[in-house]
Ligand binder design. Structure first.
Ligand SMILES: [Zn+2]
Length: 450
């Protein structure tokens, strides 16, 4: 009897439990129908609430799918690196993230990590790549790119100016660059902001030229409304600076020209005008040197030995006394930019004895310093070609002019217009080929331009 009673109560209890469960479900269904509250799961990514899902299984499936995808593209193990927690919540239907949105933004909410290699310069990570082999290839390619030597040169050594390290680490899958991207990034480097105070005589063009930048970059970086600058105005110059510099040490043994000197003789008895008494002729010398090139540009050159093979023959010009001329002043040694434009070719010693400044045809060419026009004539590959002797051991030369405003024997002042940019002679487009000769040797004009 007692057992029967117990049985009855147990049955009844079951019945009550079943009934309340149905009631609960009914309640949930009703509340969702009315848009009130339904059960869901709040997802915490690294202890921070990120979004709400209806079913944790849905998220786990998505993560699995994403991992498979990442593994396929990276061909490597990919890990999901965040800590995930679920908390049961009751929310309005609208608070639950839509399946599509979740899939689209999963990588934003969570991190997928994969093994990679960091390229580190001076302790700072400059690029992340897939593996050590890729990193080593990039470094080798960089070295190879700047390992070129001129004719008559031999490579002594090659290395980076910076302390470079490789480190295998776990990285966010999306941060890895492919080989070409990383290579370009290291070569272009970063924007290196520099403050510049406008000085008297400055113009946007001059500032851009001296810093090898585009005028437009300065305008944009400083939000300039016009190209008028005020004295003392502060400008921000964003210069691109490579992350790594390849230093190549070379030994050279080659024949270089000795440009001829010009002597001007004033003849009081001669009639007005200029007469060439003796034509000049370049000489030749054999030079043995050791040089260091930084990313392909000679930064240091030490002459070990110099043998003159053929002396230069000086050019002698006779000036009639009746020609009124300003006495030729010696130059200051500081050279002004002769034309405004971007450097399209750098100085490369014997293989390119000057710099090319790209500029519109017809734009002005100015004397880099005060001096004396020692020649202004058409000269083969140089086209219309002006040479100015600055009476201080420096000679500057201006090639491919479309027109020349000066003639042989004339004195010029620094900044004076001497001609216009063109493409005469052996040239593929309008530019000024500008050379600097010091004590008979070609120099990198960038070492002299102020
Ligand atoms: Zn050139």
């Amino acid at each position: 009897m007692l057992s029967n009673m117990q049985k009855f109560f147990q049955q009844d209890k079951h019945y009550i439990m079943l009934e309340s469960a149905v009631l609960l479900l009914l309640l949930i269904w009703l509340s969702s129908l009315l848009g009130i509250k339904i059960p869901a799961y709040a997802v915490y990514v690294d202890n921070e609430k990120a979004f709400v899902v209806k079913d944790p299984e849905q998220l786990n499936n998505l993560i699995d799918k994403k991992l498979t995808e990442e593994k396929k593209t990276s061909q490597k193990d990919v890990e999901f690196s965040n800590k995930l927690d679920f908390q049961r919540v009751f929310v309005g239907e609208r608070e639950i993230i839509a399946a599509q949105e979740l899939e689209r933004n999963l990588a934003k909410y969570m991190q997928f990590e994969t093994p990679g290699t960091a390229i580190i310069a001076e302790g700072k990570t400059i690029a992340l790549v897939h593996d050590r082999k890729t990193a080593e290839q990039i470094l080798n390619d960089l070295k190879r790119e700047y390992a070129w030597v001129d004719e008559g040169e031999k490579l002594l050594g090659l290395g980076f100016a910076e302390k470079v390290q490789l480190k295998d680490i776990k990285v966010t899958a999306g941060d890895i660059l492919d080989k070409d991207q990383a290579y370009q990034l290291i070569k272009t480097g970063t924007d290196n902001p520099e403050k510049y105070i406008v000085k008297s005589g400055d113009s946007l063009w001059l500032i851009a030229r001296r810093n090898n930048m585009y005028v437009n970059d300065i305008v944009v970086a400083n939000q300039l409304k016009s190209d008028k600058l005020d004295l003392g105005q502060e400008l921000l110059l964003l210069k691109s600076k490579p992350y790594l510099n390849v230093l190549a040490r070379v030994e050279g043994n080659k024949v270089e020209p000795i440009p001829f000197d010009i002597e001007v003789v004033v003849d009081k008895n001669a009639s007005s005008g200029i007469r060439v008494k003796q034509d000049g002729q370049d000489g030749e010398k054999r030079v043995v040197y050791v040089a260091t090139k930084n990313n392909g540009i000679t930064s240091q050159r030490e002459v070990k030995q110099e043998t003159i093979l053929k002396a230069a023959v000086k050019k002698i010009i006779v000036k009639g006394s009746k020609v009124t001329m300003v006495a030729s002043r010696g130059g200051s040694g500081n050279l002004e930019w002769p034309a405004y434009g971007i450097i399209t070719q750098y100085y490369r010693g014997a293989s390119h004895t000057g710099i090319d400044i790209g500029a519109k045809s017809g734009s002005t060419i100015r004397a880099a310093d005060s001096g004396y026009v020692s020649s202004a004539a058409y000269q083969g590959g140089y086209g219309r070609f002006i040479t100015i002797d600055h009476n201080n051991g420096l000679v500057t030369r201006y090639a491919h002019c479309s027109s020349m405003n000066v003639s042989e024997g004339q004195s010029v002042t620094k900044g004076q217009v001497i001609g216009t940019v063109g493409s005469s002679g052996r040239s593929t487009g309008p530019h000024l080929h500008f050379e600097v000769i010091s004590s008979g040797s070609f120099r990198n004009p960038l070492d002299y331009l102020r």
